[in-house]
Write a protein that binds this ligand. Sequence first.
Ligand code: G6P
Ligand code: MG
Length: 219
Amino acid sequence: MIKGFIFDLDGVITDTAELHYEAWKALADEMGWDFDYQVNDKLRGISRMDSIKVILEHNNTSLEEDRLAELATKKNDIYVASLENMTPDDYLPGARELLTHLRTEGYNVALGSASKNAIKVLAQLNANIYFDVIGDGNSVSKSKPAPDIFLYGADKLKLQPEECIVFEDAESGVDAAKAGGFHSVGIGPEERLGHADLRFDSMSEATLFEIKSHFKDLF
Ligand code: G6P
Ligand code: MG
């Protein structure tokens, strides 16, 4: 029986993918690296340090670990500054409605994000009230596609993976949910999320009614 929901943050609750893109792009331009939306899409769900490695690989180049960390910090400073402009108007359409519905129905809800800035993003959105547990980039060491962040959330909610539905916009996030034995809902295109148990193009379609209709044997 489904008792809980675990939400990814970036790309599910709010569209930070664009802000991440702008920050990586500013760094890439400064460094003379090629970087576009296609590469940015590969960074969905993966950690900051793994992200910079993907960008370097795309540019057929490599750097010392120390220098990588320095440049990742530089990108993060640009990203964090851009979060100052985020407000409670910046939920993806449908996200706040679903979170509110889950609250009124009494479900357990956790955040399962790879971001070390998740607390800041939740504060900007005023979204803390919707979560019983916050799992972020500081909670576990192995990032998606490892299932650790979702297992952390389920454990803190005192639920088994099969009692939870994970919401994800990243290919690596759905991989992580599956690896952990969770049910999965993908938010985004078929090419990226065709392997999710249920998929919607956007959060505005992801109503509790639709979810219950699909997973009807589990409610
Ligand atoms: C999320 C985003 C990724 C980002 C990661 C780390 O999973 O989808 O694009 O790289 O978080 O974010 P951070 O805020 O810690 O740099
Ligand atoms: Mg995401």
